[in-house]
Ligand binder design. Structure first.
Ligand SMILES: Cc1ncc(C[n+]2csc(CCOP(=O)(O)OP(=O)(O)O)c2C)c(N)n1
Ligand SMILES: [Mg+2]
Length: 613
């Protein structure tokens, strides 16, 4: 046999993985995987742990407190970086891994890149059953990590060292593919991590991963143009895809030139500044009155980078005009064809440019500018500082934050009262809004705020969190203190799950098991959130009222550690503005009059739901 002998390098599989990850680059010249969050156990300490130690700053390692919340931080980082960079998380086998299943699902729903490197059982099976091994009686290939399959965009189990040669490039492809982007789970067998192999030297050449911008199919584009030309009252529904495409400028230009009003989803909010004359707020369940009015009247809905989640569509009841058509511009064919939409599969920025060129000077201008002013007036009213006694509302808390925020402020949240309230009330500067509302996962907020600040140190990050969500996960606050990552937490304490309590009432249910007052406890809790946060090293204090809250947010700006400001709020009022029906099934039989009334109302709404477009 002749030919050249390829150079090889002898490494453990774990060393090879880290060495390879350290040279996968973005077009901007950064490492795509910035670093690795790690909690070690027997499943990753010896192999992966030693490899991470060895590679040092070329792929830094950070220690957090909980695998799920470390992954939340990584996800918030990737979202803030608009999917152009990501972080990895490594866990031991068993509980360390399954702690991350929720985070994987969160990244999957939100289409965000995340690399999970889970320890796995021995490929050679000699010590079986190893500590924490799930034993499947009927399938010898199953481990706890198989839980990740439905919530990963790419899943692989590394049972031989040379598997890295194929699985690592596939992992990077998924994380950098705009249409298929999502979490990757690499289940790395414990013995294989430590096994040596002669890897080709060429495997470790630095590689740049360009994120492509797919052009639309000309036939789909032409059909879309015809639909828009024939419309009289088109409405743009802008989603997260607008931001990931970097199409904010094209959206503003397209809307302005053709006089088409824009409404934004939770993921799309902040793509167009709230001050833009064509920004009518958000459609749907937690939408503005003016947006829902437009949605009801529009004869053509143009989705741009949206999944058409039920909050956006009012469970498919908001787009109500007779003969109304649906057009969907999306990178993912899966999303573009939803609800019988006419699809344009392609990058938002490219498609908007091409549609704009095709439309020439055609302008619609059918919107009622006064309805937008009316919405702003309604927002001003409910968010104004209170002048009487009594606990402040969530809307008044939002008003306080709004009054002290600047163009550099990013507000964030995930679950509870605040996501809906913020969607309708928050006046977002461009890029100033980070909402995890694909999975709306309680416990995302504190770690997520840290991830945002790590990705955008120049921004002021303000995290809204309810007492319930704070109780679910807060311990990365200690990590943020140690790493000197400052952000401001506004903790609204209404003594329970306020939003679900309101939903329960709305569904005709008895108030039950949401607020502490309605729960099966011997004594009502007096949780000292200030002492709790302070015990982890954060600056923590209570704001007695809205004026104090404003002052304390401004003071937090000078600190290099997180600040937690606790404020007691009234659990009863909702947002006080906007809104639309949401399909939450009400019991069909059950007795009490409240249930019968709610079911009647439910059925009346249900009758307005479009079965298909
Ligand atoms: C992990 C998880 N569990 C349950 C839910 C359902 N859920 C959504 S909001 C909420 C209550 C949130 O309470 P809190 O954070 O105190 O906010 P509030 O509504 O009281 O303002 C619950 C239980 C969820 N979104 N995520
Ligand atoms: Mg609460």
């Amino acid at each position: 046999m002749g030919g050249t002998t390829m150079g090889t390098i002898r490494l453990t599989a774990a060393q090879a993985m880290m060495k390879w990850l350290s040279v996968q680059m973005t077009e901007e010249g950064d490492r795509f995987i910035e670093g690795v969050w790690a909690i070690f156990g027997h499943g990753n300490v010896a192999g992966i742990g030693e490899a991470l130690h060895g590679i040092g700053d070329a792929l830094p390692t950070w220690r957090g407190q909980n695998e799920q919340t470390m992954a939340h931080a990584a996800i918030a980082y990737a979202k803030t970086k608009r999917r152009r960079r990501a972080q990895a998380v490594t866990s031991s086998i068993g509980p360390g891994s399954t702690n991350m299943v929720t985070a994987a699902a969160l990244a999957h729903v939100n289409r965000l890149p995340l690399l999970l490197i889970c320890g796995d059982v021995f490929a050679n099976r000699r010590p079986d059953p190893v500590l924490q091994q799930i034993e499947d009686f009927d399938d010898g290939t199953v481990s706890a990590n198989d839980c990740f399959r439905p919530v990963s965009r790419y899943f692989d189990r590394i049972t031989r060292p040379e598997h890295l040669l194929t699985c690592l490039p596939r992992a990077m492809r998924v994380m950098t593919d705009p249409a298929n982007c999502g979490p990757v789970t690499l289940a790395f067998c414990q013995d294989v991590q430590a096994e040596a192999y002669d890897y080709p030297e060429a495997f470790f050449e630095p590689k740049v991963w360009r994120i492509r911008r797919p052009e639309p199919d000309p036939v789909e584009l032409e059909a879309a143009l015809e639909m828009i030309k024939a419309a009289q009252r088109p409405l743009i529904v802008s989603g997260g895809g607008t931001l990931y495409s970097g199409a904010e400028g094209e959206l503003a230009e397209f809307a302005t030139r053709h006089g088409i009003p824009v409404v934004e989803t939770q993921a799309g909010k902040g793509g167009l500044s709230w001050e833009h004359a064509l920004n009518f707020g958000s459609p749907g369940v937690t939408g503005s009155a003016c947006a829902n009015q437009l949605a009801a009247e529009a004869d053509l809905i143009i989705g741009v980078g949206t999944r058409f989640q039920d909050f956006t569509t009012g469970s498919w009841t908001v787009f109500g005009a007779e003969g109304r058509k649906l057009l969907s511009i999306n990178l993912a064919g899966y999303d573009a064809q939803k609800h019988n939409a006419a699809p344009v599969v392609g990058d938002a920025k490219v498609v908007l440019e091409k549609l704009g060129a095709g439309l020439g000077a055609q302008s619609f201008g059918w919107h009622d500018a006064a309805s937008r002013t009316g919405w702003h007036d309604a927002v001003a009213q409910v968010t104004a500082a209170p002048n009487g006694a009594g606990l402040p509302t969530d809307a008044q808390v939002i008003g306080a934050v709004q009054r002290v925020s600047t163009r550099d402020t990013v507000v964030m949240c995930a679950a509870g009262t605040m996501p809906g309230a913020l969607q309708v009330l928050w006046q977002a500067a461009e890029g100033g809004y980070h909402m995890e509302y694909g999975y709306s996962c309680m416990g995302y907020e504190v770690a997520g705020a840290m991830g945002i600040k790590l990705a955008a140190p120049e921004k002021e990050v303000i995290c809204f969190v309810g007492d319930g969500s704070y109780m679910m996960a807060n311990s990365e606050l200690a990590t943020a203190v140690m790493r000197r990552v400052p952000f401001t937490i506004v903790l609204t304490d209404n003594r329970g799950y306020g939003c679900i309590n309101r939903l329960q009432i709305e569904c005709g249910g008895a108030e039950f098991n949401n607020m502490y007052k309605d729960s099966n406890v011997e004594v009502q809790p007096e949780i000292d959130f200030v002492a709790h946060a302070a015990s982890m090293g954060a600056h923590a204090e209570k704001a007695a009222d809205i004026a104090e809250l404003e002052a304390k947010i401004a003071e937090a700006r000078s600190r290099d550690i997180p600040s937690v400001i606790v404020i007691d709020t009234d659990a009863v009022p909702g947002t006080g503005a906007g809104g639309h029906w949401w399909d939450v099934a009400v019991p069909q039989v059950g007795g009490p009059e409240r249930l019968e009334q709610a079911r009647e109302k439910y059925e009346a709404h249900k009758a307005t739901q479009f079965v298909l477009n």
